[in-house]
Ligand binder design. Structure first.
Ligand SMILES: C[S@@+](CC[C@H](N)C(=O)[O-])C[C@H]1O[C@@H](n2cnc3c(N)ncnc32)[C@H](O)[C@@H]1O
Length: 200
């Protein structure tokens, strides 16, 4: 099955160890941004959090973090790793497209990394709407978009600056947009960090 909208697709990749995105640590662009220009503290959502390395990092820096993923294997691993490290993070098994009702305006910020490129590209507008629904007006969206350049038949599905600007525009105001200093191996030159604020 190759339907990235189905949890079974991702669960299958985890089961077969075909998790080529796995870094075993927080994403360097996130670490660099938070350690130099930390967004205001508060409640932060991490959609498509995988094994939760970024979520644990944010929690270790004082954010109140909830990671969301719809693959049971990811949530199970994320909870186990947080327990191992003694870090307080909530991990919820949820489809990110279904968060709006339960989590409307619940978060002061969100961190997006490799969920945007994982979903069916036809659902990107819907995904931005879902993020806008859970981040309170005036709240922040920090994202590292990837991959600039790449085969169209993802995941990961490629992104472009024009498309990101267009998708975010109605609901988020982009304040910063720059290439990260550090990226994981194989991702150098193919990522951009965006800081945006939810339009009130
Ligand atoms: C490419 S992985 C990236 C995981 C993590 N962000 C990382 O960088 O290690 C994409 C993750 O998003 C999850 N995902 C994809 N679509 C989702 C959806 N609609 N709702 C919740 N999780 C989703 C997958 O289960 C998978 O764990």
């Amino acid at each position: 099955m190759r339907d990235p909208s189905a949890p079974a697709f991702w669960e299958g990749l985890y089961a077969q160890h075909r998790d080529g995105w796995e870094m075993g640590r927080a994403a360097p662009p996130l670490v660099d941004f938070v350690d130099t220009t930390p967004p205001p503290k508060g409640r932060v959502a991490v959609p498509g959090c995988g094994r939760g390395h970024d979520a644990r990092f944010l929690a270790s820096r004082g954010y109140d973090v909830t990671g969301f993923d719809f693959a049971p294997a990811a949530v199970e691993a994320a909870r186990a790793l947080a327990q191992r490290d003694g870090v307080r993070v909530a991990f919820e098994r949820r489809d990110v497209f279904a968060l709006a009702g339960e989590y409307t305006n619940a978060f002061d910020g969100a961190w997006e990394y490799t969920c945007y490129c994982a979903i069916d590209p036809r659902r990107r507008a819907e995904y931005v709407r879902a993020l806008a629904a859970i981040v309170r007006p005036g709240g922040w969206l920090l994202a590292c978009f990837f991959p600039f350049r790449g085969a169209p038949n993802g995941p990961p599905f490629p992104v472009s600056r024009a498309e990101i600007a267009r998708r975010l525009a109605p609901r988020f105001r982009i304040a910063r947009d720059f290439p990260p200093l550090r990226s994981a191996r194989g991702r150098q030159g193919r990522e951009r960090v965006v800081l945006a604020y939810r339009v009130c």
